[in-house]
Design a protein around this ligand. Structure first.
Ligand SMILES: Nc1ncnc2c1ncn2[C@@H]1O[C@H](COP(=O)(O)OP(=O)(O)O)[C@@H](O)[C@H]1O
Ligand SMILES: [Mg+2]
Length: 338
């Protein structure tokens, strides 16, 4: 009997649907030597052991399932269902955003003493916090956009923003994803609406300067010895890479490998590795940076559980570096079990 790997997906974040698509692709490319134990968390946060098909996951059709709980008990290391206790040898959370990618789920898995695929509690929690991640990364000598954090009760003075940061700015929920709640604001008139929208997603927001250039991503894998995928470049025709663009690519394009000089590509890979290590990442993560108009590399964010559909950036970057999707899934699981 192969080892049981729990694949957890869904969840209460605004990226629930993306998680279902990512999990379906991960399960389709699952290494034959392991048994996948799919666990579906609903939008309300209910946990189910799922027995249905991959197509059902894609179609958000939750049937063929039974209630399940991942036990925090370090001795039993199991998933408890009414019918049986299923031993779990590793957990692969394929979840995006809060309650899956933010360290809370990772805390439960670490508490249970079960090997975890990907980043642990601390690095997940730091990486999802766009402001604190910037602060830490800048201590490693890497440039970050100028910006500030605001809580709901803070007074936000638009003329101060104009003076200290300068328009256009990006207004973002502190711990979001998939561009949910993010606005590009060109002047003080648009600011109030953007702030209100961002606060609908989180209790803290950040307002940061616009970096002129393009966004470049780097897939990083490993624990001590790191490997990277090829760098990609996001070519946007509209204002920015918003939710619709990310999942339809109507006017944007993702170029992988990015059409940049090898020397710059190597510099970006090296910077991505430094960021990954600075933030304590493990297993895998996608490090997003900007290459500005003057050729400077500026940190944007780390996605500790990036999109994992067949068309997603992380698997495409790894593929461009010679690693098939199924190989990537196997490397992730093996990295955890080791
Ligand atoms: N400081 C910035 N300068 C230029 N573009 C930005 C900046 N911050 C965000 N963006 C644009 O907004 C998109 C989403 O922002 P990001 O911080 O990556 O949030 P998410 O976690 O939702 O992906 C980016 O892909 C980029 O197109
Ligand atoms: Mg992003």
């Amino acid at each position: 009997m192969g080892k049981n790997i729990a694949v957890i997906f869904g969840g209460t974040s605004s990226e629930y649907s993306v998680s279902l698509q990512s999990a379906a692709s991960v399960l389709e490319n699952f290494p034959k030597k392991y048994n996948a134990v799919p666990i579906w968390i609903t939008r309300n946060g209910e946990w189910f052991r799922f027995w249905g098909s991959i197509d059902d996951i894609r179609a958000d059709k939750l049937e063929n399932c039974e209630k399940a709980i991942l036990s925090p008990d370090r001795v039993s290391k199991c998933l408890i269902t009414k019918a049986e206790n299923i031993t779990i040898n590793a957990v692969f959370p394929v979840m995006h955003g809060m309650g899956g990618e933010d360290g809370t789920l990772q805390g439960l898995i670490e508490l249970a003493g079960i090997p975890l695929c990907g980043c642990g509690t601390l690095s997940s929690a730091i990486c999802i916090d766009k402001f604190r991640a910037h602060n830490l990364v800048s201590t490693a000598g890497i440039a970050v956009p100028k910006g500030n954090i605001f809580a709901k009760h803070d007074k936000i003075d638009s003329s101060e923003i104009e003076l200290e940061i300068g328009f256009p700015v990006y207004v973002k929920p502190l711990r979001g994803g998939s561009s949910c709640g993010i606005s590009r604001v060109a002047n003080t008139d648009e600011l109030i609406k953007a702030i209100k929208e961002a606060f609908e997603f989180d209790s803290e927001i950040i307002i940061e300067e616009e970096i002129k250039g393009f966004e470049a991503g780097c897939a990083v894998m490993g624990n001590d010895e790191l490997i990277t995928g090829e760098i990609d470049e996001i070519k946007i025709a509209g204002r920015f890479f918003d939710y619709t663009e990310k999942y339809t690519l109507k006017t944007s394009q993702i170029l992988c490998p990015a059409p940049i000089a090898e020397e710059i590509s190597n510099q970006i890979k090296q910077t991505a590795k430094t960021i990954y290590k600075t933030l304590g990442c493990k297993g895998f993560a996608r490090v997003d940076m900007f290459l500005d108009e003057n050729g400077n590399i500026i940190f944007n964010e780390v996605n500790t559980i990036p999109g994992f559909t067949e068309h997603s950036r992380f698997p495409s970057m790894m593929k461009a570096a010679g690693y098939e999707f199924s190989q990537v899934v196997e490397m992730i699981i093996e990295g955890a079990i080791k």
